[in-house]
Design a binder for this molecule. Structure first.
Ligand SMILES: C[S@@+](CC[C@H](N)C(=O)[O-])C[C@H]1O[C@@H](n2cnc3c(N)ncnc32)[C@H](O)[C@@H]1O
Length: 386
């Protein structure tokens, strides 16, 4: 592909991403995969170049751009080579008209930037590129990763960006899992020992479940729940690959969770509530997610967070732990949720957390990309009365 054709391809893909963000369609990564599957003529260098242009344009635009062309034009202000590809050549974009609309640069839509500021969130690095972190699975022999750099968390490693992880023998053997350093760190907040009875209430595809199972040395009971069948169904094959046999999955029906969890009430040594959230801490990985969030969606997420916290609390046995995690930096989803929980439930106390990253925020700790170099998280550990 010519440089101009790559620019036009990036504009076309951005148009699809913008439409999907507006209408609640597929994520950018999924759209990119489909886009290239339909354009077999694009070689690997073309695909990489187009992806880079697309993600640079997404990262730069704080709010939903009016079009893919407007998003790309915003990049041309600092990139004269890119501007030169708007040359009207076959397969290339039309020449730039003075006064054409350009996407405005920023970190997030104005309402969201205001919420982040209210929560004292350092805005720098929120949409930077994320590194590639893995967790070595202690249930398997130590992986051979000559180019890896050790992280602050035991068993955590950073691989050179661009590593094709799925082609590493250690991945096929279940000796490593992709997991952001911050995610590994906040998971440590739940005491997990061999023989314990633990519930991972919002397990998803099991990123934190598998880390818990390894810390339990695959001994005890680990019940992984979720309301999303597709996500939860990805856990069993991952567990098998990782040599984990203590996980029992339980698919919950939204609205009927309490009934479906009734047999577990008051039984768990520990419950992890890795709650559904806005994902403001993971924009490095899904930068277009900030175009999708609305105040109404945020309000609904907050109600869901309070709901899953209450569900989780009921499962904890006297003296047991409830750990609340969100990959959001907003106080309304983090520290504020824990304050509201403590106001609703008497008899719970808060444990001080000593983790290798993060700073105190309300009754918990917050990790942010700018300060910690991890995805953003809030975590708090609560203890049930004896
Ligand atoms: C942040 S994600 C979990 C990520 C996962 N723990 C991991 O480490 O990869 C939140 C999960 O909560 C699930 N969820 C939403 N509502 C729920 C509910 N009422 N009960 C249980 N899980 C729920 C979502 O389907 C989603 O998979």
């Amino acid at each position: 592909m010519t440089p101009a054709a790559r620019t036009q391809a990036a504009i076309d893909l951005l148009d699809q991403i913008i439409t999907a963000a507006r209408k609640g369609g597929a994520a950018a990564d999924t759209l990119a995969t489909r886009f290239f599957a339909q354009r077999r003529y694009a070689g690997s260098k073309d695909r990489r170049a187009v992806r880079e242009l697309v993600y640079a344009a997404i990262r730069r635009a704080g709010d939903l751009p009016v079009s893919g062309r407007a998003a790309m034009l915003a990049l041309t202000d600092e990139d004269t080579d890119l501007a030169a590809t708007f040359d009207g050549s076959p397969y290339g974009p039309a020449p730039i008209d003075a006064g054409e609309p350009r996407a405005t640069s920023g970190i997030a839509p104005a309402w969201l930037e205001a919420s982040l500021a209210k929560s004292d969130v350092p805005l720098q690095s929120l949409v930077d590129r994320a590194p590639l972190d893995i967790r070595a699975n202690s249930l398997k022999p130590a992986p051979d990763l000559p180019d890896a750099v050790e992280l602050r968390v035991s068993g955590g490693w950073r691989l050179p960006s661009g590593t094709n992880i799925e082609q590493l023998p250690a991945f096929a053997d279940g000796a490593i899992e992709v997991q952001d350093e911050g995610s590994q760190i906040v998971g440590l907040a739940l005491p997990a020992q061999p023989g314990m009875n633990i519930v991972d209430l919002c397990a998803g595809a099991g990123g934190k479940t598998l880390a818990l199972a390894a810390r339990m040395n695959n001994e005890g009971v680990l019940i992984a729940c979720d309301t999303e069948r597709t996500r939860l169904s990805r856990l069993a094959p991952r567990a098998e690959r990782a040599g984990v046999s203590i996980v029992r999955t339980r698919l919950l029906n939204p609205g009927q969770e309490a009934d479906m969890l009734a047999d577990l009430v008051g039984q768990a040594d520990g419950v992890l509530v890795d709650a559904p959230c806005s994902g403001t801490g993971t924009w490095r990985r899904n930068p277009e997610a900030r175009w999708r969030l609305t105040p109404d969606r945020l309000t609904k997420l907050q109600a869901l967070q309070a709901h899953v916290l209450d569900l989780g609390a009921a499962l904890v046995k006297p003296g047991g732990h409830l750990v609340y995690i969100v990959c959001s930096l907003l106080d309304d989803e983090g520290a504020g949720q824990v304050d509201a929980f403590l106001a609703r439930h008497s008899g719970w106390t808060v444990d001080l957390l000593g983790l290798p990253a993060g700073r105190p925020r309300g009754e918990g700790l917050r990790l942010d990309p700018g300060t910690d170099g991890t995805d953003g998280f809030f975590v708090a550990r609560l203890r049930a009365a004896w």
